[in-house]
Write a protein that binds this ligand. Structure first.
Ligand code: NAP
Length: 246
């Protein structure tokens, strides 16, 4: 590893948009730590990218578990002494597995367990990972955090249905704003940029076969935000590299 090479952690890198983010970041020359909760599919994805001669390494990470997050942070510190990019991509859509919502998804039917599940993976995971990795970013006064949100979390467009997922994606947007507010207040001017994004409706296991967008299109804004220049946008919400309302 060259000393100047930036190191990026991507969660949920074994498939879908996360795998494509790993590919595109590595194509840009970053050393990518592809992480997944399932070691088998994560290692296979990592090997796929290594066969393309891309700089990618693997580490297991289940964002639901504090010990797993701590383990990853220790690995980053010991192995590289740095963490330049964190892409909080891993996510679930548990409304579809909620037996109470089988006849139609609704805030009036959702089980609290379903909301807890969504919050644990989609909000608390990114939250604890940020707590664990921002100190490493502060060491070099450089960091880019990309929080994978969704249009379903937009307050300005809030509709009914999918309450657990919607709560969690509004929650990760709040996390973006809070992280940015505290980092922006740091002196000297902090070069740690935190942003939220929506990838659009993308053909993945979550998005389904009818989705109009490819993973390449879904990953594009994440890669752009992960490699923003100094003084780039911070504390914003983006789709297709353009600012969108909260
Ligand atoms: P996907 O194909 O279902 O992939 C989800 C990824 O998250 C998988 O790698 C999955 O790992 C991982 N994951 C789930 N729980 C995890 C945990 N506890 N720890 C670590 N990894 C975990 O979905 P996708 O479409 O690529 O979604 C990626 C992100 O984009 C999500 O945050 C999603 O909410 C967001 N998004 C997607 C769309 C869309 O249309 N696809 C639209 C808006 C936003 P396993 O393989 O182990 O399950």
């Amino acid at each position: 590893m060259k000393n100047s090479q930036k190191v990026a952690v991507v969660t949920g890198g074994n498939r879908g948009i996360g795998l494509e983010i790993c590919r595109q970041l590595a194509q840009k020359g970053l050393l990518v730590i592809l992480t997944s909760r399932d070691q088998g599919s994560g290692l296979a994805a990592c090997e796929e990218l290594q066969k393309e001669e891309l700089p990618v390494r693997y580490h297991v990470l289940d964002v639901d578990h504090a010990a797993s997050i701590e383990n990853l942070a220790l690995f980053m510190e010991k192995e590289f002494g740095r963490c330049d990019v964190l892409v909080n991509n891993a996510g679930i859509f548990p409304d579809v597995d909620d037996p109470n919502q089988k006849g139609g998804s609704s805030i009036f039917k959702v089980r609290v367990e379903t909301i807890n599940k969504a919050m644990t993976t989609n909000v608390y995971g990114p939250f604890f990972l940020s707590q664990a990795l921002v100190p490493l970013m502060k060491k070099n006064n450089y960091g880019r955090i990309v929080n994978m949100s969704s249009g379903l979390g937009q307050l300005s467009e809030m509709g009914g249905g999918y309450p657990a997922y919607r709560f969690s994606k509004t929650g990760i947007n709040a996390l973006t704003r809070m992280l940015n507010a505290e980092l922006e207040g740091d002196a000297p001017t902090s070069n740690i940029l935190v942003n939220s994004m929506c990838p659009g409706w993308v053909k993945t296991r979550m998005g389904g076969a009818d989705a109009p967008r490819s993973v390449e299109e879904g990953a594009d804004t994440a890669v752009w935000l992960a490699t923003l220049p100094d003084k780039g946008p911070r504390g914003g919400f983006f789709r297709d590299r353009k600012s969108i309302p909260w």
